[in-house]
Design a protein around this ligand. Structure first.
Ligand SMILES: Nc1ncnc2c1ncn2[C@@H]1O[C@H](COP(=O)(O)OP(=O)(O)O)[C@@H](O)[C@H]1O
Ligand SMILES: [Mg+2]
Length: 356
């Protein structure tokens, strides 16, 4: 939900925290290596797993191509991983692209017309696709057909092109931004939830095993508690703690090592990182707890509006530290307490201001 009637959502996703980074770093290679390969390996998200398992099993039993699937949820919860699992479970090839990569309907037509029967087309950040491409996608999803436009101006003709049946897997961090006609064309929508600490501990133990890192249960719990309910963050923190353990100790991760390492990386006991704290500090110190508009707040912390909205805010809201109100962003009493500050008398953030 976007309460600010300021600039519209931009079409570029420049912030690496918002997308699966494409850069060829060691971390990205490791992230790929840590992806679960099938539904049984996929930890947590019980409901989504059960539902998806039924959808895929039924399609397999019918010898049919699976229905289109929409995956929505915050970055790092496993959407890309699930799309690959869907293809693996269907023993189908997968083509991966993203909304921002498809600027013209022609780009999409080229991809669609080269799909094999049963192929999975993964469209990441589907809410960032251009409008003409989106309209082409409606017909492709429903009728497995596209109209290829040949020529320009009054002489242009539409040549209908049949497509083989395929499974579109769309991923979005903002299901609410999808136009209803697009949302309605997905046979199954999975909403990914944040992970419970115990589930993140399992993710960490699994990753540690794959990375050949020794870790105590208490060490895993310490990392899980600071991972903001997000497997990608859990894996990233594990790798940083591993670095610390290698350099400062014998490589074995204990609770103390994990805690000391995360202190060095400025991840606090509640999982807030530098950006989260910068947002909270600006809100409290510069705007007396709000209400303040998202754009103003973003400028104050020197970040893109989208980064603040999609990376920091969902977590701060979930932690009960920040509220989105019709008048802007407001700090809760817990935010003042977390930063060890006393709320000014009568400041926003006092009881009674929050819609239930
Ligand atoms: N349910 C899960 N179980 C184990 N690891 C997971 C799970 N979900 C995500 N991960 C790990 O988290 C990382 C990020 O997942 P990804 O699918 O790229 O997230 P998204 O596409 O939603 O941003 C991957 O390296 C993956 O190994
Ligand atoms: Mg992804």
């Amino acid at each position: 939900m976007n309460w600010d009637d300021e600039t519209p959502d931009s079409a570029v996703g420049a912030d690496p925290r918002l997308v699966d980074a494409g850069a060829d770093t060691e971390d990205n290679a490791v992230e790929a290596a840590l992806r679960p390969k099938d539904l049984d390996e996929f930890i947590g998200q019980e409901k989504v797993r059960e539902q998806l398992d039924l959808v895929l099993k039924a399609a397999r039993a019918r010898g049919a191509t699976a229905d289109h699937v929409l995956l929505s949820g915050a970055p790092g919860l496993g959407k890309t991983t699930l799309s690959m699992i869907i293809a693996a479970e269907m023993a189908a090839p997968i083509r991966i692209t993203s909304g921002p990569a498809i600027q013209h309907a022609g780009d999409l037509a080229a991809i669609l017309s080269s799909l094999q029967e049963g192929e999975v087309l993964f469209l990441d950040e589907i809410h960032r696709m251009s409008r003409p491409a989106e309209e082409m996608l409606y017909m492709a999803m429903e009728d497995f057909r596209v109209d290829v436009i040949v020529g320009k101006g009054p002489g242009a003709t539409a040549i209908p092109l049949e497509l083989p049946p395929f499974t579109l897997v769309g991923a979005t961090t903002r299901a609410g931004l999808l136009p209803p006609p697009l949302r309605d064309r997905f046979g199954f929508t999975a909403h990914m939830e944040f992970y419970a600490p115990a589930e993140l501990e399992r993710v960490i133990h699994r990753s540690a095993r794959l990375l050949d890192v020794a870790i105590d249960p208490a060490g895993a719990a310490e990392i899980a508690g600071r991972s903001r309910g997000t497997p990608r963050i859990a894996n990233r923190l594990l790798r940083r703690v591993r670095d610390y353990a290698q350099v400062k100790a014998d490589g074995h991760i204990t609770e103390d090592i994990a805690s000391a390492a995360l202190g060095v990386y400025e991840v606090d006991a509640r999982g807030l990182d530098r950006l989260d704290r910068a947002v909270l500090e600006a809100l409290l110190k510069l705007f007396s707890g709000g209400p303040v508009g998202l754009s103003t707040l973003s400028v104050a912390v020197g970040e893109e509006r989208e980064t603040v909205e999609e990376v920091a805010e969902p977590f701060l809201v979930r932690e009960g530290l920040l509220a989105r109100t019709p008048r802007g962003r407001v700090a809760t009493p817990a935010a003042w307490a977390h930063l060890g500050l006393a709320p000014p008398k009568g400041a926003p953030g006092q009881a009674g201001l929050f819609p239930a």
